[in-house]
Design a protein around this ligand. Structure first.
Ligand code: PMV
Length: 324
C-alpha cells in the first residue's frame, strides 16, 4: 500500500491542444505554478480481481474509472517490461480531493500526478521525476507539471522528450476566486478537440503560444513580475478567445468570471499589481505579489461564491508516510 500527495498547478502559459491524442503530446509548451493547497491524496493497494477507484468516498464507475484503469494498464505494461511479478495484480485506488473536482481547478492535474507516483511505487517501479512527469502526462497533460516543485515548464516533443521540469521564477501568490464548484459542462479533453477541429484561430493560438512561452521564460529569468503578470493575463484571454471561436461556441467563463477580470483590471488602475487567469472553467485566479495577496483577496472576496484562498508555490507530487 503506497500513498502519494500532489497539488494542482495553474498555468501562466496555458496548454490547449494536442499534437498526439493517445500519447498526450501538447501542440505547444506551457509554464505553471504548482499550488500549496487543494491537494489530492491517493493510496494504491495491489489486489486480485478488478481495478477499483474510490474518489472522496464514492465508488467511481464509467468514464472516470475507465481513465484510471487505462492509466493502470500503462503502469502494468512498464512493470511487465522490467519483469516485475506485480504486473499480474489489479489495483485499488482511493483518492481524496481537498478541492472541487473537474471544475477548472486542475483536479485532474493533482489526481494523475498523485496516481503516477503512488501506482508506480505500488507496482515496484523505480522512476525519477522526469519519468514520473512523462507518466503523469499520459493521464492528463497538465499533470506532468504537478510533479515539479514551485514552477514548471512542460516541453512539447515526442513521448521521450515531452516532460516538465523546474524553472526559477520570482516569488508570487495566487488568489483563488471560486464562482462555481460543480462539474464543468465540457471536459478539457473534448473542448480541446473541438477547438482544434473547428476554431479558425487555432493555428495562430499554437504559434503565438510558442512566442509567449519564450517571453515568459525570459521574464522569469529576469525576475520581472510585471511582465509575467501581463503575459499570463493576456495568454489566458487568448485561450478563452480561441475556445469561444469554436463552432458551436464553448464558453468556460461566465458573467461572474468576467466581473472578476474587470475588478482585477480596476485594482491595477488603483496601483495594486494583480493579473487574472482562468483554466477551463469559470473560476478565476488572481496572480499577485505575496505582500499584496491579503488586500487582493479582501477586494475579490465579495465576488466569490466559495472560499477565497491565498495560494503559494507548492511542492511537486511525492510519496508520503502514514503519519502525514
Ligand atoms: O490536463 P488537462 O487535459 O486537464 O488540460 C488542462 C488545460 C488547462 O487547464 C485549461 C490549461 C493548462 O495549461 O493547465
Amino acid at each position: 500500500m503506497t500513498t502519494a500527495r500532489a497539488y494542482p498547478n495553474i498555468a501562466l502559459v496555458k496548454y490547449w491542444g494536442k499534437a498526439d491524442e493517445d500519447l498526450i503530446l501538447p501542440a505547444a509548451g506551457s509554464l505553471s505554478m504548482t499550488l500549496d493547497d487543494y491537494s489530492t491524496t491517493t493510496t494504491v493497494t495491489l489486489v486480485d480481481g478488478e481495478d477499483e477507484f474510490r474518489l472522496n468516498d464514492v465508488e467511481q464507475l464509467g468514464r472516470s474509472a475507465d481513465r484510471v484503469t487505462t492509466f493502470l494498464e500503462l503502469v502494468r505494461s512498464y512493470a511487465r517490461v522490467v519483469g516485475l511479478d506485480t504486473a499480474h495484480y489489479s489495483a485499488r485506488v482511493v483518492s481524496v480531493n481537498e478541492g472541487p473536482t473537474a471544475a477548472g481547478m486542475a483536479s485532474s492535474a493533482s489526481g494523475f500526478a498523485a496516481l503516477a507516483v503512488a501506482a508506480s511505487a505500488a507496482y515496484g517501479l523505480r522512476m525519477d521525476t522526469r519519468e514520473l512527469s512523462r507518466l503523469a502526462r499520459r493521464g492528463s497533460g497538465s499533470a506532468s507539471r504537478s510533479l515539479i516543485d514551485r514552477f514548471a515548464v512542460w516541453y512539447p516533443g515526442d513521448d521521450e522528450s515531452s516532460y516538465a521540469e523546474q524553472i526559477e521564477a520570482p516569488d508570487m501568490a495566487m488568489v483563488s476566486v471560486p464562482v462555481a464548484t460543480g462539474k464543468k459542462a465540457v471536459s478539457s479533453r473534448s473542448g480541446m478537440v473541438a477547438t482544434q477541429t473547428t476554431s479558425p484561430f487555432y493555428h495562430a493560438w499554437v504559434s503565438s503560444t510558442a512566442v509567449t512561452l519564450r517571453d515568459m521564460i525570459g521574464a522569469c529569468a529576469a525576475g520581472d513580475f510585471t511582465r509575467i503578470g501581463e503575459l499570463s493575463e493576456n495568454h489566458a484571454i487568448r485561450m478563452h478567445a480561441v475556445i469561444a471561436a469554436s463552432q458551436p461556441s464553448i464558453r468556460y467563463l461566465t458573467p461572474a468570471s468576467i466581473a472578476i477580470f474587470d475588478e482585477i483590471a480596476a485594482m491595477r488602475a488603483d496601483g495594486i499589481e494583480a493579473y487574472a487567469t482562468a483554466d477551463a472553467g469559470p473560476n478565476v485566479f488572481a496572480v499577485t505579489l505575496p505582500e499584496l495577496a491579503e488586500s487582493v483577496a479582501d477586494r475579490l472576496r465579495p465576488l466569490a461564491t466559495g472560499e477565497t484562498k491565498i495560494l503559494r508555490p507548492g511542492p511537486g507530487a511525492r510519496l508520503i508516510g502514514d503519519d502525514e
